[in-house]
Design a binder for this molecule. Structure first.
Ligand code: ITT
Length: 193
């Protein structure tokens, strides 16, 4: 089945291709002729995910899915959440991490979770799928793989950060892979493959 993945993030595209395998012919935004920034102007992860997928359907008439993710930190009342990408005021992973760590200085509650919401828009009808991974924020960054907040997030049940795991290891437990497993199950029953 041919589907557009409405993202400009190359890391996510690589991760998702590894999860989906050969069952789906994944098209990038560029491949369907969409070169503009997708709108992400709602104030929730759920809303932004739907906004992106529905924009592609409305403007290009291509079946597509979009994901939106964020890091929710309990002691920060769910921040950075929907603001994860620009938490420091710019799209800069190192500065975003710095801000989080400074806000958590002297904070003993380090509980956090990554959340992904995927919206699949098929022939104009939207379906949503959520994935969550619980974990905690460490005091200083560790590891070089992954992206975003991976160097400061340790998933529950382990002691390595996401940035200390291989793509495969992260892919088995991540918020994104959990949401995508739900999407794939839906698509398989939908298309009968
Ligand atoms: P899009 O083009 O798809 O919008 P994005 O980088 O904005 O790509 P998201 O909206 O899904 O990605 O996620 C927002 C931010 O949340 C992202 O920039 C990271 O800072 C953080 N984030 C999301 N998933 C992450 C992950 O698996 N590991 C670390 N940080 C992540």
């Amino acid at each position: 089945m041919q589907l557009c993945f409405a993202t400009n993030n190359a890391h996510k595209l690589t991760e998702i291709k590894a999860i989906l395998g050969d069952n789906f012919e994944l098209k990038t935004l560029q491949e369907i002729g969409c070169n503009e920034e997708l709108p992400e102007t709602t104030d929730t992860i759920e809303g932004n995910s739907a906004q992106k997928a529905e924009y592609v359907w409305e403007h290009y008439s291509v079946n597509c899915f979009a994901d939106d993710s964020g890091l929710e930190i309990e002691a920060l009342n769910g921040a950075p959440g929907v603001h994860s990408a620009y938490y420091s005021g710019e799209r800069n992973h190192a500065r975003n991490i710095e801000r989080v760590l400074s806000e958590l200085a002297n904070e003993s509650n380090r509980k956090a979770r990554f959340k992904t919401v995927i919206t699949l828009t098929l022939a104009g009808k939207s379906h949503s799928f959520e994935g969550i991974v619980e974990g905690s924020i460490i005091d200083s960054p560790r590891g070089t793989d992954g992206f975003g907040y991976d160097p400061i997030f340790v998933p529950e049940g382990g002691n390595r950060t996401f940035a200390e795991m291989t793509l495969d290891e992260k892919g088995k437990i991540s918020h994104r892979s959990r949401a995508f497993a739900k999407l794939v199950a839906f698509l398989q029953s939908y298309s009968g493959i």
